[in-house]
Design a protein around this ligand. Structure first.
Ligand code: TXA
Ligand code: MG
Length: 329
């Protein structure tokens, strides 16, 4: 299959890209689309054979459920239930963060095929704020299953180029909406017993969620539910080690090492390749750059990537989560 990449810069380009995407989606095909977090690989969520193509293209195991993207809260309620007991909290969060990078795991309605939810009784739902994605969702009118547009277990794509590196020849269309804004996948929550269970850290931080209710780490209690949270994920092919500071790290002999730097003033000359997450030590910028820089280092023929810890507050917690998973293999 030939993969086309179409631009969505001018109004005319955008309009024709959206029309083409909607046409393919209605025909049960896959389309890679930009969201505000990472690029997604979309298919009609209610069409089982279309959804199966996602699993095939990504080499994704069937036990890993997909996020379903809808255009509005009303649409969300057609595919998922907002349980009465938690309704106030859920609606407050949706009102504040939708459209945007927050995904809710909710009891699923029957319209959602088993394969989308990997047989779970719940479904993950979000409304994207990206102008291209939301226009496609609106015109399509239905529900779009869209995981990140990478091969399973690999680094999520933050540019159309990354998507092509991952899926060239496996999907018909990539809509190029430029680099994504947040650079990390959406925050995933489940609301239970009046508490916010943080299933995946992301652009909406724990601190922001805490204003709405108690935030708990499901790792302590029921952690079975997010199969995609397997420790080794977001993995570069090159081994990665996480260190407090590279200054005190002694490089193994005869290895080509790359550095993913956070600290300023680290002696960078010892490394064959260096990428700086944010020269200003700004966590928002670091999050935006993280996956792109990891990809660049992964392509530099290194024996080892040394990544420095970032401060574990705000977005830093989500960045550290991704780095820990990249280091676990
Ligand atoms: O930002 C994002 O969320 C991106 C963009 C494209 O929207 N999507 C994304 O999808 O990151 P994906 O499939 O790469 O990650 C979805 C995660 C997986 O770890 C999956 O296990 C979890 O969500 N998940 C999906 N449905 C779930 C459910 N019903 N219960 C618990 N976890 C679920
Ligand atoms: Mg993913």
């Amino acid at each position: 299959m030939k993969t086309r990449v179409v631009a969505a810069d001018s109004a005319a380009e955008k309009e024709s890209a959206i029309a083409e995407a909607v046409h393919l989606l209605r025909s049960g095909e896959l389309v890679a689309l930009p969201t505000e977090t990472v690029y997604g690989l979309a298919a009609d969520a209610l069409n089982v054979s279309a959804v199966l193509k996602i699993f095939e293209a990504k080499h994704r195991p069937r036990f890993d459920p997909l996020i379903v993207h809808v255009g509005s809260i009303e649409m969300a309620e057609r595919i998922a239930e907002i349980p009465g007991a938690s309704s106030e909290l859920i609606r407050a969060l949706m009102g504040r963060f939708w459209p945007g990078p927050l995904t809710f795991v909710l009891p699923r309605r029957e319209v959602i095929p088993d394969v989308v939810a990997a047989g779970l009784a719940t479904v993950a739902v979000r409304v994207s704020a990206h102008p291209v994605f939301s226009a496609v969702a609106a015109e399509f009118g239905g529900a779009l299953a869209a995981p990140s547009a990478n091969r399973f277990g690999r680094i999520s794509p933050t540019t159309a180029e990354h998507v092509r590196d991952e899926l060239d020849g496996r999907i018909p269309l990539i809509v190029n909406g430029g680099p994504t804004a947040h650079g990390l996948e959406s925050t995933i929550v489940a609301i239970r017993h009046g508490q916010i269970e943080l299933l995946r850290r992301g652009p909406i931080t724990e601190e922001e969620l805490e204003r709405f209710g108690k935030v708990v780490d499901p790792e302590i209690g029921s952690r079975v539910e997010a199969p995609g949270r397997s420790p080794s994920h977001y993995a570069p092919r090159t081994p990665l080690t996480l260190v407090e500071t590279a200054a005190r790290f002694s490089l193994p002999a005869e290895t080509r090492c790359g550095l993913l730097a956070w600290n300023v003033g680290t002696d960078k000359d010892r490394f064959a390749e260096v990428r700086v997450l944010s020269a200003e030590q700004n966590l928002i910028e670091a999050a935006t750059n993280l996956f792109r820089l990891l990809r660049e280092l992964d392509q530099a023929e290194l024996d080892l990537i040394v990544a420095e810890n970032v401060p574990e507050h705000g977005l830093g917690a989500a960045i550290m989560d991704r780095l820990r998973r990249a280091a676990a293999r």
